[in-house]
Design a protein around this ligand. Structure first.
Ligand SMILES: [Fe+2]
Ligand SMILES: [Fe+2]
Length: 380
């Protein structure tokens, strides 16, 4: 066999490669010879999976900047909440900040394993937006507690110092840790099957987070505006973040479907499906446990049953989007009324969308048009 056909290791610049080879895979796999790998010369000319590049273009149209949102009145708004609401809000901020932080770290590893340029560009674009979300949470925290660094630190670190929150966050982080470990130890030390399983878990976990884990946090902040009319600027930022996350649901479900035929060369279709459904289920259970333990004693206007039904309703919706059977049989959204005001779950369009968005922020208005385009262009 020709030396260049045997891959000893992937090459950063691979002069034997071919970027237009129909046997390219979206993520790096083991057995493909260097002649069937990309060169490393970056081109987006004729992408093999054009839908992924379409997603990149659409995401870029949603460019928004967390720093443009005035936060100077956040504190006086926050002070109108009672103690229980304040506590719930602090936990919500802490875990939302954790989720985006772990995404920024995790997408870095996904960028490493992506092989086709359209996926790599998606990874970079995705990461940029998750970083912006992290900035938004930092700004909200700073707006609230700029008088006291200790307070900022206390809330930020609930993610690791509160035992329940830590348990939930570790479960999520450990899913990604597997790929991190694997890259740390070197891909050559792992079997193709183990690698395939790890990739499936990582992509399913990312989907579960984009599709389920964030939303009770978003709902809590929407609820404060809905119920008390407070924290409108925080909710505005959350609505931008939610719009991005809803778009990411669509992208990640597409990526999971496009990766499936490649990954199931190494593990069975049944195992792939079990990992995806099992990962989503474990995220749902962690969410339910967290809300039961932390918020059970704190009645903040949303009942435990509503929370449980909402998480289960969401999980079923997201499983169906991937083509799986629903697990929980909850067909009614307990927060339908809030969604009508602040944006639905399948798209971020709300009923008063054009007037409300247009008055305040032109890019948000554009985003509703973008959403119409996404929905009409692609079937989800
Ligand atoms: Fe995010
Ligand atoms: Fe996201």
């Amino acid at each position: 066999m020709n030396e260049c056909e045997t891959k000893v290791k992937p090459l950063l610049f691979n002069p034997y490669g071919d970027d237009f080879n129909s046997q390219l895979t979206p993520v790096k796999f083991f057995e493909s010879p260097l002649t069937k790998e990309p060169t490393g010369l970056f081109t987006i000319f004729e992408p093999m999976h054009p839908i992924i590049y379409e997603f990149v273009k659409l995401q870029k149209q949603r460019l928004w900047k967390a720093d443009e949102y005035p936060i100077d009145r956040t504190r006086e708004q926050f002070d109108q909440l009672d103690n229980i609401d304040k506590k719930v809000f602090e936990y919500t901020l802490s875990f939302l900040a954790f989720l985006d932080s772990v995404q920024v770290a995790n997408i870095t590893d996904m960028e490493v394993v992506y092989n086709m340029p359209e996926y790599k560009i998606w990874g970079a674009t995705h990461k940029y937006f998750e970083v912006e979300h992290s900035i938004a949470y930092s700004n909200i925290l700073y707006g609230l507690f700029r008088e006291s660094n200790e307070e900022v630190k206390r809330i930020f670190y609930l993610a690791k110092n509160d035992p329940e929150l830590r348990h939930r966050n570790e479960l999520i982080a450990n899913n990604y840790q597997k790929l991190f470990d694997l890259l740390w130890n070197g891909l050559k030390n792992v079997s193709a099957q183990e690698y395939a399983r790890t990739l499936t878990t990582v992509f399913a976990g990312t989907y579960a987070m984009e599709a389920v884990t964030f939303y009770m946090g978003f709902k809590t902040i929407e609820f404060y505006q809905y119920k008390y009319g407070v924290l409108p600027m925080t909710n505005k930022m959350i609505s931008e973040i939610k719009a991005d996350e809803l778009f990411h649901v669509k992208v990640m479900s597409t990526i999971i479907k496009t990766l499936k035929p490649y990954i199931t060369r190494y593990i069975s279709e049944m195992e792939f499906d079990e990992i995806v459904v099992g990962t989503i289920k474990s995220y749902v259970e962690a969410d339910l446990r967290f809300y039961q333990s932390i918020l059970a004693q704190n009645n903040f206007g949303i009942t435990q049953k509503q929370i449980e039904n909402y998480i289960k309703y969401l999980a079923d919706l997201r499983l169906k989007l991937l083509g799986y059977k629903p697990l929980y049989g909850v067909e009614e959204n307990p927060f339908e009324e809030i969604d009508r005001l602040y944006g639905y779950l399948t798209s971020h369009i709300n009923e008063g969308k054009k007037e409300a968005f247009f008055e305040t922020k032109s890019s948000a208005y554009l985003s509703t048009e973008l959403d119409d385009k996404v929905l009409s262009t692609f079937e989800f």
